[in-house]
Design a protein around this ligand. Sequence first.
Ligand SMILES: [Zn+2]
Ligand SMILES: [Zn+2]
Ligand SMILES: [Zn+2]
Length: 361
Amino acid sequence: MATAVYSSMKVPELKDMLRARGIYISGKKTELIERLQLSDLSQCELKNQLKKFGLSQSGSVPDLVKRLQAHKNKTRETGSTLIDAVEIPQPQRSNPFKDPWPMMCRGCGQVVPNSEKMAHVDSCWFQDGQPNVYFMHAESRYWGGRFELLMAFPLGGSFKDIDMALRFTWMQCCNGHRSEMDIYSAQEIQNSLETGKQPKEVVMLNSRFIDGLQDLYPEKPMETPLQTYTEVGGRMFYAYDVFDETTIDIKTISLKCLKRPLYSPFDDFTRSKHILMRNELVEIPCFNCTSPCKFFGIPEMRWSEDDQVNNNNNGDDDDDDIKFFCSKPCGKSAGFRSPQLKPFLNSPRSGCCKYTGQNYF
Ligand SMILES: [Zn+2]
Ligand SMILES: [Zn+2]
Ligand SMILES: [Zn+2]
């Protein structure tokens, strides 16, 4: 019988089935299920498995099941490789940040694979004609760059529009954090790609610009018009909250002509009108029990040092990495303390300040 069928049964029912097969009934539910699955195998299959592990093949079916399960438990404890003929639910440990996440279109509500986002946004939002918006892509510096937005800003807008769109969608944890933006020209980005040197910004913008201090801080206000510094191929480095920073890379992809207004009558006020597409949050299984994750934990020593997800981790069980859990008890059973477990939400701001995913506008 399939694992799912046994999993859906209650413990007394599982025990009744085991009793009927003359197999002992003590242990946890997962053990009962494993024992039932083993006893689903023919006597010949059981003997083959025992033979493979170099174990005695004598005795009745209940004896064979008992011996096989004891061996499996032992190999699980010692961590040796188990050639498993029986499907036992195991936490899935592959890296959820390895591949780009699907994107949801605010225009039509469709969710498309990440590789199709550009084709989709082109047909759903743009048409040929006189350009009226800057088309931009934003991605989180950390989290493997998996938090993504495709955005459009009217040519007459200001950098404050970008700031507000990011605050609306991803950032706002409470009131009062400062944001900054470094702007890089297309030429400077090109040079840095060719020479490997750090690009030098054209200008720095500050959401809390104070007029009269330009000699001290060579910055400009976030309200600076986009047209002053925005060019196709240029980039922006956005940072929100200098003490518990969340950082975003923004790229100006092209100038485009919208075929529908940025405002939709179906929009509610909690969403930014500048977002065309946004990543969907992929379901990440709990490290402990495989239920969908709601929290993440970072080993304490690394909290301030390097809190990014290791994007090159191809599913290796590295103890230094962020781990995801369905609940606080599951996190605690893996050795995390309650304050180390933060809510995991569809935002690169997850875990920072008091971020709860709520909008403040
Ligand atoms: Zn669409
Ligand atoms: Zn805050
Ligand atoms: Zn769990």
